[in-house]
Design a protein. Sequence first.
Length: 476
Amino acid sequence: MSGSSTTTLTVLSLNCWGLRFISKKVDQRMEAIADNLAHSDYEIVCLQEVWVYRNFEAIKQKTKKRFPYSRFYSSGVFGTGLVILSRYPIVEISFHRYRLNGRPIKFTHGDWYVGKGVASAVVDHPVAGLIEVFNTHTHAGYGSKKDDIYLAHRVSQGWEMSSLLKASASRGRNVIAIGDFNSHPESLVHKLITTHGQMTDAWQSQVPSSPSSASSTSIHQQTSVPFDPQHSIIQKGYTSNSPLNTWSKITIKQAERDLYAGQRIDFIFYRKTSRFWCSGSRVVFTDKIPELAVSYSDHFGVEATFTLVGRDKNAVIPLSVWEQGQYEHLHELDTRTLKTVEDMFKKDLSRSQTSSRIQLFFFYLSLIVIIGLFAFEVLLASSVTFSQFWINIIIVMIIGPIASLGTVMGLHGFLFGNEEQSTLQQFIEEVQSYAEGKKVLESRASSIGLLDENESSQRSSAAADATHQVEIGFKS
């Protein structure tokens, strides 16, 4: 391969649904995933939700012949769950933890405790050179579709990741961004990655007519295409909540009734250039584990194949690639999107401030209640009777939970609340600065365009005058 100036690269993204506790079924699924990968043709694999290091060790051991280079990324209390496997040397790694990552008081969500972020591995490819691969698992949505309480957090993560992608491309690297983004193709997160991050959705580049709605309901209502979940996987790229997945809560009957075939929330993005473009993409890991008769994970995987061209000047690049024109366009985010993002951060800032005030209110209330109970206990201490003894016991038992709850509320409302609000304020200022910079650069570009137009007009006028003078000379 090293002697060739043009080759291909096949990558995979798979959410392994490892769960955060050890169980026999999780281990069995992980072993099955490892066996599949060991016999695959993939060259770079990004896994999400490999929470347990023991599972990573098992995957690493079984796939080491195919992927001699692998990295497990640690962060937070329970780890990121992110893993990158590579057939080619990994020469540099890094991890960027998201600044907004859920709230510690939401114990059942867990996003804050795992320290979600972006894992990066710089791979030294024999033909393409350095390829920086980013792997992420963004914040899940816990609210309703219309009022996702953590939407601003997920959008902030899209903003941060976009900045990382641009920074990598500015260093002359090929860039791939992979993961479970918990966002559909019409979301702000997707738009930020493809505009602010200047990336291309691998699936959409191959199936440009593919509808970008979260489910297939509207698709089947607007067309006469019969409902078929398998068709939605192949043609629409749905990876999550498919009724064909054995771990899905949606049954085939429910899917047929609601015309619901799933979602496309797992993506492979890439920075398209004349030497790096996508030549194929499909949904994989859709079959069942033979021994267990269950799906490999609650998500299907997504695969993309890229065509890579080396720096050999004699390498042949298809005309269809050149016809795409320039690939790098600065400041593509439109003003309306910037305003939407800014308003979203402002709304979440207001919500955070309200939440902090409520939590601090409960903290002060618990403090008053505890002081009152202690005062009541002191009054009872003057005369000790059997009934008063049990009243004292009850008071002590009440004070404990109130003090614990009050302390949690006070710490969360003051410490985390202030931190979250400062971060949101910083995001607001970043978006505002970007919008102002966009206006300045567009104004400058417009001025340069007018100057070039005037200069061109002057040159044309001068050329016309010179021609006229020559004609007069000939006549005389």
